[in-house]
Design a protein around this ligand. Structure first.
Ligand code: 6R9
Length: 658
């Protein structure tokens, strides 16, 4: 995204439009297009009557009281969708499928990391969710009370979320890899009185304890009454009598009957914290009817789910919004059969994911660019050993996907034929906003392309003026959408300041974007990550994509470090591919390569080969920490890193700055 780009006389800007010169196009397979759940007419219908379109999508759900009112936008930015309707979210995700005669359909094929498996049909899920709902009620949980969930990727994670939804108790899932501090700050912020956790889970071939983090966190959360503990690993746990309760003691003793009560469409469903780059984590609040409408519709439209025949697998963790919307609420509201995997992709071998795809006949796979690039690094021969012919749609989420990784995904995982849906959205948007439709869109490697039917996204400049085709600027949403966040928990002012103050009446997503000549959207990463080099705005994403397009580079992360002459200087951290070895010649070659692809202005000043990059649990590179390294500062907050030792590794590998 760049001012320079908009200035057509600017050579650097022209060179930086390289990404937009990606000319490969992939039309949908004809059979898929012919049978697609959503066809091109959906765009026109939604365009003609956006609210009518969403009212129609709301009818995908079973309402106890059908809504008459679609949107109340009388006090922006506080939206109410379907406000006079009433529904029970868990009923929509479970019971109604059983009532429709699909009780025997598999809801979850669970694959534990050690190789243990469990199959839950929709009838099983209904029993488990009902028992868990009764258990929570027996602990005094009432509608509106918050429940914190800190679990590994096991079925109880989904069961707990649905049990909370069933009794109207908003859940707050905290990623199982987060520290005790992260748990206590979240529990304190939303005043949860009950925590659901496990003794541990399996990661990288061994049990990894969870309960100790809860015990530590709760020393500063005196109001938590009970901790419900799932036994997963069988490891020893410290026990606080009167507070801690085994799940199998309490839940298994409950009745399998539970009558779901309807709640208002605007009843809070969950709070999920996003860390952002600065400040304390924001508790993003989502409510029931609008959220479920859009999670359900987008899952149906973007993944073209056919519940009778598809086997769907989203590799995200439940602690990320992707796990909420595309493991729990979207797929289950649509009656999907899905795979849930507990562990890491390389345990016990680097082909584990592909083995799982072959074993369950997965037809739809949804994962993140970071995982795709990791698989690329491990080598083409690994997926080649497995039968992946069941796959028919591949999805990507979390970061811009480099064209290089996109093509690899299609070729090596999708046999050169599956559509790829690159889905842009955020914790705050609740559900997918910009994405190709697999039966409609001719896809372009690296572009999320177009707002979904019913969604309006624009790219604007500093003055909120929409840019033309070929222009770049800020991504904004100029119309409310059903699954939009309702506020930041307990802080309406921060909600307004963070998202609605940069531009009047527009939701500012914080991402930079460009429009190509067809008007398709290309995401360029967080605007905080845009570099200003000698007066030119250069996006980290573009320089990273240029580096990854070199055959010897597997992954890269680019930051702008303060520089006396140029304002900011481009510093690139690169992970080399298997056989490439580090040398001054290679670094020079990479600089030249970037110069050739993007133009001399984008040549990194320094290129530092490293073994690992610091990432969040959802696979986003923490450029803030790399900036600290590049500018020789002490590191900021590392609590949301997947592996906090990587920063020590990187620091120890680097020569000090010149
Ligand atoms: C779902 C999720 C949101 C931020 C978002 C953007 C980045 C997500 C993307 C993408 C380019 C995509 N992002 N999907 N960037 N292309 N397909 O990731 O939510 O964790 O809240 O992150 O992720 O920068 O603003 P969340």
């Amino acid at each position: 995204m760049s001012n320079a780009d908009r200035n057509t006389g600017d050579k650097a800007g022209e060179a930086l439009s390289n990404l937009l010169r990606e000319e490969r196009r992939f039309a949908p397979p004809p059979a898929l297009a012919a049978d697609a759940n959503v066809k091109a007419d959906a765009y026109d219908r939604a365009e003609a009557d956006r609210l009518g379109f969403w009212a129609e999508q709301a009818r995908r759900l079973d309402w106890a009281v059908e809504p008459q009112e679609t949107l109340d936008w009388s006090t922006p930015p506080f939206a109410k969708w379907f406000a006079d309707g009433k529904l029970n979210v868990a009923y929509n995700c479970v019971d109604r499928h059983v009532e429709a005669g699909h009780g025997d359909r598999v809801a979850i094929h669970f694959e534990g990391e050690p190789g243990d498996t469990r199959t839950l049909t929709y009838a099983d899920l209904k029993r488990e969710v009902s028992k868990a709902a009764n258990a929570l009620t027996s602990l005094g949980v009432e509608a509106g009370d918050r429940v914190a969930i800190y679990l590994p990727m096991i079925p109880e994670a989904v069961i707990s979320m649905l049990a909370c939804a069933r009794i109207g108790a908003p859940h707050s899932v905290v990623f199982g890899g987060f520290s005790a501090d992260a748990v206590s700050s979240r529990v304190t912020d939303n005043d949860a009185r009950i925590v659901i956790t496990a003794d541990g889970g399996y990661r990288r071939g061994k049990p990894s304890a969870l309960k100790p983090a809860i015990d530590e966190a709760l020393t500063s959360c005196p109001d938590v009454r009970n901790v419900l503990v799932v036994r997963r690993t069988g490891g020893d746990v410290a026990w606080t009598e009167g507070r801690d309760i085994w799940w199998h003691d309490l839940v298994d003793a409950q009745s399998e009957e539970h009558e779901p009560q309807p709640f208002d469409a605007e009843h809070p469903l969950f709070i999920l914290y996003t860390s952002g780059t600065t400040g304390k984590p924001k508790g993003i609040l989502h409510t029931s009817g609008g959220y479920l409408t859009q999670a359900s519709y987008t899952h149906h439209a973007v993944f073209d789910l056919k519940p009778e025949t598809d086997v769907y697998w989203c590799t995200a963790d439940i602690g990320w919004v992707t796990g909420h919307s595309y493991i729990t609420y979207g797929p289950l509201s649509n009656g999907a059969t899905q795979v849930m995997y507990e562990g890491t992709p390389d345990t016990p071998h680097q082909g584990r994911w592909w083995e799982i795809v072959a074993k369950y006949g997965v037809t739809i796979l949804y994962t993140a660019p970071t995982a795709i690039r990791t698989c690329m690094k491990w080598g083409d021969d690994i997926p080649a050993k497995f039968d992946l012919s069941s796959l028919r749609i591949l999805g990507s989420v979390g970061e811009p996907i480099n064209p290089e990784a996109w093509i690899w995904y299609r070729e090596h995982i999708g046999a050169g034929k599956t559509p790829i849906v690159d889905t842009w959205w955020q914790t705050e948007t609740g559900a997918i906003m910009i994405s190709p439709l697999p039966g409609v869109t001719s896809t372009k490697p690296g572009s999320a392309q177009r707002a979904l039917p019913g969604i309006s996204a624009k790219v604007v400049d500093d003055t909120a003026t929409e840019v033309g085709n070929g222009g770049g600027g800020y991504l904004v949403l100029d119309q409310p959408w059903p699954s939009m966040l309702r506020t930041i928990w307990g802080d309406d002012q921060r909600f307004k300041d963070t998202y609605w103050s940069r531009f009047e009446d527009l939701y500012f997503a914080g991402d930079g974007a460009k429009k190509d000549d067809d008007g398709d959207i290309w995401l360029l990463g967080r605007v905080d990550d845009v570099m200003l080099v000698s007066g030119h705005n250069i996006s980290t994403t573009e320089v990273e994509s240029a580096l990854v397009s070199h055959p010897k580079v597997a992954e890269s992360a680019v930051v702008g470090a303060t520089d006396a002459t140029t304002g900011q200087a481009i510093v690139a951290f690169v992970i080399l591919r298997g056989s490439a070895s580090e040398s001054a010649e290679l670094v020079a070659e990479l600089r030249e390569h970037v110069g050739k692809v993007l133009g001399p202005i984008a040549k990194p000043k320094r290129i530092l080969p490293v073994a690992e990059l610091p990432k969040t649990r959802s696979g986003k590179i923490m450029r803030r920490l790399l900036r600290d390294v590049a500018e020789n500062r002490t590191l900021g907050d590392v609590t949301t890193l997947t592996d906090s030792s990587v920063m020590d590794l990187i620091s120890s590998q680097l020569p000090s700055a010149p």
